[in-house]
Design a protein around this ligand. Structure first.
Ligand SMILES: NC(=O)c1ccc[n+]([C@@H]2O[C@H](COP(=O)([O-])OP(=O)(O)OC[C@H]3O[C@@H](n4cnc5c(N)ncnc54)[C@H](O)[C@@H]3O)[C@@H](O)[C@H]2O)c1
Length: 456
């Protein structure tokens, strides 16, 4: 076997080691029927309906109510849920029900905060879709309200946080496997925006929507924050309304640059005239992120129901390591990897999940099968894929956290930071300036303070 093949095995095992660290937290014990979390879905349009079909496969929750102001969406939801929930048009009636412990909110963005606020005040656990809130004032108000109710779970619908590939990538970053992360790129390029973006749909108007930044970029800005391990200090960008002359007032293409305190940058693009994705050898389209470090790059995408999440690692070791590698042994193999991945347009190595890692306890045949699979990945014949949709994992995790009181991975602060990034990026494009993230502190009246204690 050549050195390169040896290297593939060694490096693949390293990646597998990183994957092992991410194991377990989401493998939930199936709850008994009498311990199911009784929930309602509020807003049963496109996303709410998608959630219902996924929730039908999760036995740790039971849908007791669905709610939508639109009769057709409501009727569809009642029919779709396997739990035969009761339908409501007014969400306040849902919140008044004692048998509803938790709510899953998938209303338009401008309604996220009012429903979330009322649900928390009614004592419910809340899963709310991204972008968590719409205005600066809502950021301050929700932080205050949710922190004053610590026993109630608040989770944001940022499902990449629940993907094993993204968790593995984060472990690789933390272990220094791509050196110091200096740049992240994120793109969501969609040739022709779908019907849900066309007036009179709410997404088309700033009064109700944060446009592409809230609807698409929010996911990927969160990935950059997570991978870089801090929050941006400023953002600048250009937005254009160049294609859709149909009365909408949100941008139809945006380009953003976020700068982080360590000098790292997120370069973000969302356009509606082209689907091309220059990652994964262009075998995927539309969206993905690239995490670039001083010693390598990770391509990653959460994918779709049809094309699950996947990730590739391009190794690019430090020149000093290459020098050391000339001395032979393991290090020589690393040098060969570098030659394979730089200057020759080398292929990425698969990022392996836990069940694909080679273990000591594996039989000879099991090991050979795993090596063969890695080889097929490396040759591009197969791509590693996540077996469980992160959307299912995030919903299961929500129910589990409702029972255990554990803080969600996509918790209040993850959601609020993401919303602040969205709000300020839109401001930067609207005003054509560099916006400091600290501006959010004084926007919308600033942080909500507790009422002073009454004097005796
Ligand atoms: N996490 C993700 O990947 C993802 C994907 C798609 C959408 N989303 C988010 O989900 C949310 C909904 O998006 P969508 O595509 O389903 O929009 P949609 O327009 O298809 O559905 C929204 C539904 O909410 C209903 N609604 C509006 N006001 C209501 C109220 N006061 N009470 C009850 N129902 C009300 C509408 O009638 C509609 O049926 C958005 O915030 C969006 O960003 C998240």
């Amino acid at each position: 076997m050549s050195q390169n093949s040896d290297l593939t095995r060694r490096e693949a095992t390293k990646v597998a080691g990183a994957a092992a660290l991410t194991a377990a937290p989401f493998i939930q014990r199936a709850l008994g029927a009498n311990n199911q979390v009784q929930y309602a879905v509020i807003g049963t349009g496109s996303r709410g309906s998608y959630h219902i079909t996924h929730l039908n496969g999760i036995d740790s929750g039971k849908c007791v109510a669905v709610c939508d102001v639109d009769q057709a969406a409501l009727d569809k939801a009642v029919k779709e849920s396997k739990d035969k929930p009761q339908g409501f048009k007014d969400y306040r009636e849902v919140l008044a029900r004692k048998d509803v412990e938790a709510v899953i909110i998938a209303t338009p963005l401008y309604m996220h905060f009012p429903v979330t606020r009322d649900a928390l005040e009614a004592g419910k656990h809340v899963f709310c879709e991204k972008s968590l809130v719409f205005t600066a004032q809502e950021i301050h108000a929700l932080r205050f309200l949710s922190n004053s109710r610590p026993k109630q779970v608040l989770q944001t619908g940022l499902q990449r946080r629940y993907s094993k590939f993204y968790q593995t990538a984060k472990q690789m970053v933390d272990k220094g496997m791509i050196g110091k992360v200096t740049h992240v790129t994120g793109q969501w390029h969609r040739k022709s925006l779908p019907r849900t973006w066309v007036p009179p749909a709410w997404r088309a108007f700033r009064k109700y929507s944060g446009g592409l930044t809230a609807e698409l970029a929010s996911h990927q800005i969160d990935v950059a924050d997570w991978m870089i391990g801090s929050h941006p200090e400023l953002v600048t960008g250009i937005g254009g309304l160049d294609v859709y002359k149909d009365g909408r007032d949100v941008y139809d293409n945006i380009q953003l640059i976020f700068k982080y305190p360590g000098g790292q940058k997120l370069m973000y693009s969302s356009i509606c005239t082209n689907n091309h994705l220059a990652m994964f050898g262009s075998s995927r389209t539309e969206f993905g992120e690239m995490i670039m470090g001083t010693e390598g790059t990770i391509h990653i995408t959460v994918g779709t129901d049809q094309e699950p999440a996947t990730a590739l690692w391009f190794y690019e070791p430090d020149p000093k390591k290459l020098e050391a590698a000339k001395k032979g042994g393991e290090k020589a193999a690393i040098a060969n990897a570098s030659l394979a991945t730089t200057g020759k347009g080398g292929k990425g190595l698969p990022v392996l999940l836990e069940d694909e890692q080679v273990k000591e306890s594996d039989s000879f045949v099991q090991k050979e099968l795993k090596f063969a699979k890695m080889w097929l990945y490396k040759k591009g014949v197969m791509v590693p894929e996540e077996t469980k949709n992160p959307v299912d994992v995030q919903l299961e995790s929500f129910f589990s956290d409702c029972r255990s009181g554990k803080r969600p991975l996509a918790d209040l602060e993850v959601g609020l930071e993401d919303s602040a990034n969205v709000i300020l990026a839109n401001l930067a494009m609207d005003e054509g300036r560099r916006v400091k993230m600290s501006e959010i502190d004084t926007m919308g009246g600033g942080p909500v303070k507790a009422a002073p204690a009454k004097k005796a």
